[in-house]
Design a protein around this ligand. Sequence first.
Ligand code: DGP
Length: 217
Amino acid sequence: MSNIPRRAAFIAIEGLDRSGKTTQVATLQTRLQAEGIPVKLLKFPVDRTTAIGQMIDSYLRSQSELDDRAIHLLFSANRWELAASIEQLLAAGTTVVCDRYAFSGVAFSTAKGLSLDWCRSPDVSLPAPDLTLFLDITPEQARSRGGYGEERYEKEEMQRKVRDVFHQISSEFTAATWVTIDAGREREDVAEDVWNFVRQLTGGLSSPLERLWEGKK
Ligand code: DGP
């Protein structure tokens, strides 16, 4: 018998705008709760309520302008604000589901023209998700769902670039830690896929939490 204490799983849900991410995250939370698994849902940018969150919110609504690097560092700082809480929750046996994480940070800023390596560096050593589910949708499917909204990044050309960077990031991870899900299908089918991957981790893990981009792929 191993005496390494078990901990809960850390799951990140990433997705393109219009991929149905918000619905899928809510469905997953409900399903985990129904199974009696303690779960904490975190949404990045974090509820847009902290001082940093408010600056990000104002930027996303185009109510303020910031240098591309400055906003990138704010998004990263917003994740670091929660890093210790994530670790505590996992150690206490609560599954953590993040609606967006560092991969969005890298994808959106790299799509604006910053280098991928530069974008990655402020997020190095954050708690690494045990599983990242990327909800993928083509720009054409997004358009058929009513197109994009009003926020700064919700433009087709930008979304195309973001999607390309997500695919590039995914190639650095193993199939066990990163799963791309075709989110252009019916929402029930997508939810079933999400659940089938997540359920494998609901028994907890005995392996220590990894640190993001510290050697492990
Ligand atoms: P959402 O509420 O999940 O649709 O996210 C709001 C917007 O914020 C979305 O267009 C993606 C963007 N976003 C989320 N995280 C980051 C990040 O870390 N960096 C940048 N540049 N944008 C992000």
